[in-house]
Design a protein around this ligand. Structure first.
Ligand code: EPU
Length: 319
């Protein structure tokens, strides 16, 4: 299958293009991912389809399965690098109905509150929404970029708070178009990762998540959120292209500390640099290419390994 021209091999599959446009009229072809990645660089994707309704999602993923086209869900692009020059597949972005947030169960007195959130909405908006509604439990996530779905998929966390600790259920639309619900106990959340039973997560789209939160005072919750945002911005580089923490913290240590101790802050490869502010941030100083970032990643991995024998693993999803 060839989705965009300019590649070696057969011609573009026009029938598939028509079929996808029928499922999803706003689909864009041959999209430069630098516009959709907070790294501000990346290759091209065959197609980017914005999905705003459940029936569109069902039909699109059924079509992609039937035609054996590779696809991925694009969250906020804040933990992602398209390192290949071309990904000959389709990226799906959840919008519209998948950005809704609603209260399932009102917290009252000592009761808890359940919130149903669409996975295409921003995590920041969900954190603020919960604060406005007097719901405690995800303030630690304040300031983390990306979408709700991306946060669930990566089990995003900061300040001893991980979203997986608050998930009570997930709704996944499988590649057969069927909606399935999973209870929290079935979703194996671990450090920066989660796994659904079988191969559900790989084969489906997480569309909605239910979070169980505790009651609290909106003003106090908002104050905690502001404090966490301030703590992050004091330590982390701002207003530069990056994907946040690049490497996972190895057990019992911090990638930023190890990179700093190895004297690698400020190291550059082309336009990519180890942030002088925080060792675990690889930044785009201007015209970094994906190759620059990968070369810098490998250099950092090698040097840290030489010094302390630890192989740092990227947290960023690299395709
Ligand atoms: N450190 C250094 N030098 C540095 C950077 C850090 O010595 O250049 C030391 C710090 O002094 C501290 C330790 O390393 O003792 C950990 O650093 P920090 O407190 O900044 O936290 P982190 O482990 O690097 C994690 C998350 C961040 C989150 C912060 C705040 C991971 C991989 N990263 O960072 O999440 O904001 O905690 O809680 O778990 C992200 O995932 O993209 C992200 C930004």
């Amino acid at each position: 299958m060839v989705l965009i021209s300019g590649q070696v091999g057969e011609g573009v599959d026009t029938l598939f293009r028509e079929e996808l446009e029928a499922c999803c009229p706003t689909v864009q072809w041959g999209v430069d991912m630098s516009e959709y990645s907070t790294f501000r660089t990346g290759g091209k994707v065959g197609a980017l389809a914005e999905i705003s309704q459940l029936y569109e999602l069902r039909e699109t993923i059924r079509l992609l399965g039937r035609r054996r086209v590779a696809w991925r869900v694009l969250g906020g692009g804040s933990n992602f690098l398209l390192a290949s020059p071309v990904f000959d597949g389709v990226f799906l972005r959840l919008t519209g109905t998948f950005r809704h947030i609603s209260l399932v169960e009102q917290s009252g007195g000592s009761g808890t509150g359940e919130v149903l959130a669409g996975c295409g909405g921003s995590l920041g908006r969900l954190v603020s929404w919960c604060a406005d509604h007097g719901l405690v439990g995800i303030e630690g996530l304040a300031g983390i970029p990306g979408t709700v779905g991306g946060a669930v998929w990566m089990n995003a966390g900061a300040f001893d708070c991980e979203i997986g600790q608050r998930v009570s259920a997930l709704t996944v639309i499988g590649s057969d178009g069927v909606e399935r619900s999973f209870r929290a106990e079935e979703c194996r959340f671990s450090y920066r990762s989660m796994k659904l039973p079988g191969n559900g997560a790989e084969k489906g789209v997480i569309a909605w998540v239910t979070l169980r939160l505790e009651p609290g005072q909106p003003e106090e919750i908002k104050a905690r959120c502001r404090k966490n945002v301030a703590l992050r911005s004091a330590k982390q580089p701002k207003a530069v292209g990056s994907a946040g923490s690049f490497f996972k913290n190895p057990p019992g240590d911090a990638a930023g500390r190890l990179i700093d101790a190895a004297g690698l802050k400020g190291l550059t490869r082309g336009g990519a640099m180890v942030s002088p502010e925080h060792g675990n941030f690889l930044i785009n100083t201007g015209g970094a290419t994906p190759e620059d970032i990968i070369a810098l990643m490998q250099e950092v991995q090698e040097r840290v390994y030489q010094q302390v024998g630890i192989k740092l693993e990227p947290e960023v999803v690299i395709l």
